[in-house]
Design a protein around this ligand. Structure first.
Ligand code: URA
Length: 214
């Protein structure tokens, strides 16, 4: 996606001083039926410039293939376009020296808000039939803090979504209704292996729903 320059510049200005690395654009065809919305790119994605090209992406590709879905037909993006990182000093037991590490972290509220105009722009340009927030960060960005993935994954929802208002400088509800199908973030299985069968089943439910759009 080529975002308008002034939108990207405004985000970069607001994010000055935040611990964020690189910039990854959303990718996929205009008019894609599905738009997948993750959390934020990780280190691999910042290097390859391809969304979900790391460990989570391998899992995602497996579920897409099992459900007969093709990555090339899907628009893939995330809530935040840069890699949020924290700074940690850790003792290297072998060398006895402290090392500085920069592990991924979840984006905070200020970061989600700053990047919101870019996701809004993508939604308006692509006009996907179904928005698929993967994980709580994408879900809460679109529907608000009262929604959780464990509560509404695998369900087709029809609802207004939240978009950034320049006047109010916050996210406000759209007048239009959108169709959403929330799914767990692929990385969820690295913390809870039992989710794998649930996620597989949600992907095949979604694949069945989208047959009506083909
Ligand atoms: N997590 C995301 O949300 N997006 C990626 O591209 C990779 C991991």
């Amino acid at each position: 996606m080529n975002y308008p320059k002034q939108l990207v510049e405004a985000v970069k200005q607001k994010m000055n001083g935040h611990n964020l690395e690189g910039f990854l654009s959303g990718k996929g065809p205009k008019n894609a039926v599905l738009m997948l919305i993750g959390e934020a790119p990780g280190g691999t994605e910042i290097k390859t410039k391809i969304p979900f090209s790391g460990r989570s992406g391998k899992k995602l590709d497996g579920w897409l293939a099992q459900s007969g879905l093709c990555r090339e037909d899907i628009y893939i993006t995330s809530t935040v376009r840069s890699r949020p990182f924290s700074i940690k000093k850790e003792l290297n037991k072998k060398t006895g020296f402290f090392e500085t590490k920069y592990p991924n972290r979840a984006p905070n509220k200020t970061e989600v808000l700053a990047y919101a105009p870019l996701l809004d722009y993508e939604i308006q340009m692509v006009q996907p039939k179904i928005l698929v927030p993967m994980g709580n960060t994408g879900l809460k960005r679109l529907l608000g803090k009262n929604y959780t993935i464990s509560m509404c994954h695998g369900q087709l929802l029809h609802s207004p979504i939240l978009m950034y208002s320049n006047e109010q400088e916050q996210l406000i509800k759209t007048n239009n209704t959108y169709t959403l199908f929330p799914i767990y973030h692929p990385a969820a299985i690295f913390y809870n292996q039992k989710l794998e069968t649930i996620i597989e089943s949600d992907w095949s439910t979604l694949a069945a729903f989208i047959k009506q759009y083909n």
